[in-house]
Design a protein around this ligand. Structure first.
Ligand code: NDP
Length: 482
């Protein structure tokens, strides 16, 4: 394999310090980085390498706590890193990158920058002859803010990179639990054979955050929770739950199956938006025991009123044979009661209850991404008792990922994603068609909300969203898991 150079644009940013450099460090600590890897940290601060490294170490230590590098580990890791001072809007600065790059090595460009810079960076890299060797590009969401704008971003990327060299990150795909969902579904016959409308009553996907919009008011107010979270993270989780078995773990096979699901999502339009979508916006309340402001009272707020949703609940349907009649309830919001990301697979009740009473307790599979990553299955068994002949109780089978592992730590998603990008494996990255089809569905839903005047309903900060979100599921005789 050719040696790899990793070039991180935006090396002074939040993502770099919180996720990218710690992930690379953990890989180095575990001996998983290629020995000949070189890392160029690019930022516009006028500092030298030593200043960059000492600032980086301090920030990483703040985020990593007990697992922060020791002096010896840091010395080894720091040797991989070079610092290049460059303004990404200034074509002249790309010469410094050109001087550092080596055509005999793979160049992996990682854009941890504001999305508005994706296109200019690609243009300048090409214009200044930095794309002459084997090049790959890695970038984060958001890829556009609509179908139209995502096509523009993808179109720019396609001018300089073929699809096999573009690594679009949805970091949820790098999470251990999400990869375990694939193993659970496709390596266990009994799960696989019970994975359809004959056995499953409904699916819930919840991504709840405790935080508000964290100083991003002017950005967020133009975007809202649907574009920020549903189009990417919730859509990816839905696809992994709903897709047919791919014929291999090759990126193409997985992407093909995911795209089929996005295309099979029933359109939410003016005729059905009222029964399928609830939008909410947090008002004053309490968050983790402290008073919390409403959305329009947040620091940086530019208006007294806004129709941007900080919460959305959707009842979606995948119109295919496997999922006919099985609703997928999606819910995501800011300033919610707890930080939770989980998928619930709710099985159907058995057709006839021989135990009497209210003992028909259907199984539930809980796939939890946070907190406490893991997978649990609720099972029904007999309670041991001589007084009661056959009383039932629910037990939880717990799949602890650390069992049988030589590592006590669950790796961060970025560790897996870096390894795969370095090794040229795209299976956990998102393809162009998935992104664009997902935008097509979201755009239609947003248009329907606008046309039908589906306005935001207030909910108290620290709650589970507006009452209408409870009604959305309860009118079907079901309830949210939390
Ligand atoms: P930040 O704003 O913290 O970092 C952006 C970086 O880009 C900074 O280092 C900034 O430098 C640099 N930059 C901006 N303009 C220029 C320029 N003209 N020349 C040189 N450097 C420049 O953003 P984040 O780290 O939070 O996010 C980076 C990307 O990752 C975004 O696309 C974001 O959407 C995405 N993302 C981030 C997540 C996160 O957890 N942070 C999660 C998911 C996605 P300077 O400090 O000098 O301004």
């Amino acid at each position: 394999m050719q040696p790899v150079d990793l070039i991180i644009f935006g090396a002074s940013g939040d993502l770099s310090a919180r996720k990218l450099f710690p992930a690379l460090f953990q890989l180095d600590r575990a001996g998983l980085l290629p020995l000949d890897l070189r890392i160029a940290a690019i930022a516009r601060d006028t500092i030298d390498l030593d200043q960059f490294l000492s600032g980086l170490r301090e920030r990483m230590t703040g985020y990593m706590g007990d697992s922060a590098p020791t002096d010896k580990e840091w010395e080894k890791y720091a040797r991989l890193i070079s610092y290049i001072k460059a303004d990404f809007s200034d074509p002249k600065d790309y010469q410094k990158m050109k001087d550092w790059l080596d055509d005999n090595r793979v160049s992996l460009f990682y854009l941890a920058t504001p999305p508005s810079l994706f296109a200019p960076i690609c243009d300048y890299l090409s214009q200044e002859n930095c794309l002459t060797g084997d090049c790959r590009i890695v970038l984060e969401k958001p890829i556009g803010e609509s179908l139209e704008t995502s096509k523009v971003v993808n179109g720019t990327l396609a001018k300089y990179f073929d699809e096999a060299s573009i690594y679009r990150i949805d970091h949820y795909l790098g999470k251990e639990t999400v990869q375990n969902l694939l193993a659970l579904r496709f390596a266990n016959r009994f799960i696989n054979s019970q994975w359809d409308q004959s056995c499953i009553d409904h699916v819930q996907i919840t991504v709840a955050e405790v935080v508000g919009i964290e100083g991003r008011w002017s950005y967020y107010d133009k975007v809202g929770q649907l574009r920020d979270m549903v189009q990417n993270h919730l859509m990816q989780l839905l696809c992994l739950v709903a897709m047919e078995p791919p014929n291999s773990l090759e990126a193409e096979s997985i992407r093909d199956e995911k795209v089929k699901i996005v295309k099979a999502l029933r359109c939410i339009d003016a005729s059905n938006v009222d029964e399928h979508v609830v939008r909410g916006q947090y008002a004053q309340g309490w968050s983790l025991g402290n008073p919390a402001p409403g959305y329009t009272e947040e620091p940086g707020s530019e208006r007294d009123t806004s129709d941007t949703e900080t919460f959305v609940a959707i009842k979606a349907h995948v119109d295919n044979w496997r999922w006919s009649g099985v609703p997928f309830y999606l819910r995501t919001g800011k300033r919610m009661a707890e930080k939770v990301t989980e998928i619930i697979i709710q099985y159907k009740e058995l057709p006839h209850n021989i135990f009497g009473g209210g003992a028909n307790l259907p199984n539930k599979l809980i796939i939890r991404l946070q907190p406490n990553e893991g997978i649990e299955m609720t099972m029904v068994s007999k309670r041991q008792s001589l007084k009661e002949k056959l009383a039932l109780q629910t037990h939880t089978l717990n799949l602890d990922f650390r069992d049988g592992s030589d590592d006590d730590r669950i790796p961060d998603a970025y560790e897996r994603l870096f390894l795969d990008a370095i090794n040229g494996d795209q299976s956990l990255f998102v393809g162009r068609e998935e992104i664009e089809e997902s935008w097509r569905w979201c755009d239609g839903l947003l248009r329907a909300c606008q046309d039908q005047g589906v306005s935001v309903k207030p909910y108290h900060a620290g709650s589970w969203g507006p009452a209408k979100a409870e009604i959305l599921i309860e009118k079907d005789g079901r309830s949210w898991h939390v």
